[in-house]
Design a protein around this ligand. Structure first.
Ligand SMILES: NC(=O)c1ccc[n+]([C@@H]2O[C@H](COP(=O)([O-])OP(=O)(O)OC[C@H]3O[C@@H](n4cnc5c(N)ncnc54)[C@H](O)[C@@H]3O)[C@@H](O)[C@H]2O)c1
Length: 318
């Protein structure tokens, strides 16, 4: 018997941090998942636990090239997400966002699939409005070293909305804010993984300036829940919609929490503040609350405990 609710779902970037959690959740919901990844920043280890599931399929493929498969839904997550990774080969980063979007939108059009774009809070650039609502157009440098990511993602959003207007595609655009959890890269320079690895190794935690700049941190299970709710929302809701945790913490508070959760003896090492370090990053999530009935449920301390357990195991195996 055919199960009407069982869908064939493509997840690009499915072997990455967010993608691997999304694939697992979709399989748990009873769907068939095709994970497409070129392993640029993702790894087989991230999806090793899914490889023997009959509903999971893995394909090595670069989204900058066209793809011909039969699917009902596409989650387009392929793109290196941390500055260290996306600045390593900036031309490839722009290609992945722009050519990747064109190829996946072309596929969605051919097979009439619904398609979701993993966009980012970075489309707001160095914002002059705090916190950021979806209606804010951003303040982005088009020629800087972050532009390959920020402008690539902005152009991808443009393509999604042009396919929506021109070809009546069913699109969804999520603007994801800082998310953390197990399977983050240990060396990608992001503050949560940096602090946890430093604390577990007993090294000092590097804080820039006085650590009074604030950030918000969304735990991965909450984010995945938001992405799925967005995909399942009515066809009249396209987004863009902010997905993130509005809870605001100073970097210094985060450092102390990590030291507490890891029970580390590490101390804090203060370094001068880099010039491009934003003082505040915080989402407004009213639209997600209203349209998706979504809000984060995992608090920072709980999320840090899960993440620390992961990194502790990882470092023990090194
Ligand atoms: N993690 C966050 O805090 C965050 C915040 C905002 C937006 N996002 C977006 O969410 C998505 C996933 O981010 P993540 O944190 O899981 O990063 P990640 O680097 O762990 O995952 C990205 C995945 O895409 C794959 N990939 C890269 N280029 C590709 C290509 N050309 N073809 C096929 N696969 C390719 C990588 O190998 C990797 O598996 C990205 O699009 C990112 O921009 C993430």
């Amino acid at each position: 018997m055919i199960d009407e609710n069982r869908k064939r779902i493509l997840v690009t970037g499915g072997a990455g941090f967010l993608g691997s959690h999304l694939c697992a959740r979709l399989i748990a919901h009873g769907h068939d998942v095709l994970c497409v990844d070129n392993f640029y920043t993702g790894s087989k280890a991230n999806i090793a636990h899914l490889l023997d599931k009959p509903r999971f399929e893995l394909m090595r493929h670069d989204v900058t090239f066209p793809l011909y498969v039969e699917v009902d839904e596409i989650y387009n997550l392929a793109c290196p997400a941390s500055p260290v990774h996306y600045q390593h080969d900036p031309v490839q980063t722009t290609k992945t966002s722009v050519h990747g979007a064109i190829n996946m939108l072309g596929l969605a059009k051919r097979v009439k699939a619904k398609i979701l774009q993993a966009s980012t809070s970075e489309v707001y650039g160095d914002p002059q409005v705090h916190p950021q609502p979806e209606s804010y157009w951003g303040h982005v440098n088009p020629i800087g070293i972050r532009s390959c990511y920020d402008e690539g993602k902005r152009c991808a959003e443009t393509l999604f909305f042009d396919y929506f207007r021109q070809h009546q595609l069913r699109i969804k655009v999520a603007r994801i804010f800082n998310t953390y959890g197990p399977r983050m890269h240990p060396n990608d320079g992001r503050v949560v993984s940096n602090f946890i690895v430093q604390a577990l190794r007993g090294d000092s935690l590097t804080v820039y300036g006085e650590g009074q700049q604030t950030r918000s941190f969304c735990y991965v299970s909450d984010l995945v829940d938001g992405l799925i709710r967005l995909m399942n929302s009515g066809d009249d809701f396209t987004g863009p919609v902010n997905l993130g945790n509005p809870g605001e913490f100073t970097i210094l508070e985060l450092a102390h929490k990590v030291i507490e959760v890891t029970r580390s003896t590490s101390v804090i090492n203060y370094l001068p503040l880099p010039s491009d370090d934003p003082t505040q990053r915080q989402p407004i999530i009213e639209l997600a609350r209203q349209k998706l009935g979504w809000e984060p449920t995992v608090n920072l301390e709980q999320g840090l405990r899960y993440t620390v357990d992961y990194f502790r195991n990882l470092l023990e195996r090194e």
